[in-house]
Design a protein. Structure first.
Length: 213
């Protein structure tokens, strides 16, 4: 079982609820499957390269313009995207860890997603729709937020964007583990809310290990 973990939380572990959820999740994974391979990408340490016009042309012009051949400059601009997409292709499970910022995902996570979700990388565009070029079976979102969110909350600009983007390339099995209400000044039950998320993380990890035995 290969797991790719992409983290976009710059806070230290003691302050980052999303990282604490991730720690509980992966501790449970390792306990139950010592052969699990986990690859970590910390976007706060390995900041995504800027998405450029040249990169856009490299991936999209061959789709939009018959016979288009990318230039050397355009191919060079796509190196980061190809490297990250290769990591995704090796994974059975993709785990994204992040806080909610301004009702959406951190810019570094959005940038990473924009890089890898390109035609020719994780999918091919065909007359019958997108054809996946990966083996990812499940997406796990580990999220924290200061505010409390209800299911299908209209203020949530994070989970729908991620779920819809990856569903487009054939990843429809998504588990969202969310520690909301993590502002101690406005939510006195923030610790109990986090405890529920930690328990949920362990449960999802157990389900995944059972599926891959």
């Amino acid at each position: 079982m290969n797991i790719l973990h992409v983290c976009a939380d710059p806070q230290p572990m003691e302050d980052a609820a999303s990282k604490q959820i991730a720690a509980a999740f992966f501790s449970s994974i390792i306990t139950q499957n010592e052969n699990a391979k986990i690859t970590n990408v910390d976007l706060t340490q390995e900041v995504p390269a800027p998405y450029t016009t040249e990169e856009f042309r490299n991936f999209w012009y061959p789709v939009l313009i018959d016979g288009y051949v990318p230039t050397k400059e355009e191919e060079t601009a796509s190196v980061y995207a190809r490297e990250q997409a290769d990591l995704v292709k090796e994974a059975d499970i993709l785990v994204l860890t992040m806080p909610m910022w301004n009702y959406s995902m951190p810019a570094m996570m959005k940038s990473w997603i924009d890089h890898v979700l390109a035609p020719g990388l994780l999918y091919d565009m065909t007359d019958d729709g997108n054809a996946p070029k990966h083996k990812v079976k499940k997406l796990v979102l580990l999220v924290s937020s200061h505010e409390i969110f209800t299911e299908a909350d209209p203020r949530d600009g994070l989970t729908p964007a991620v779920e819809n983007s990856f569903e487009d390339i054939g990843i429809a099995d998504v588990s969202v583990i969310w520690a909301d209400g993590q502002n101690p000044k406005t939510h006195v039950d923030f610790e109990s809310r986090k405890a529920i998320a930690l328990e949920a993380a362990e449960e999802v990890a157990e389900e995944i290990c059972e599926d891959f035995t």
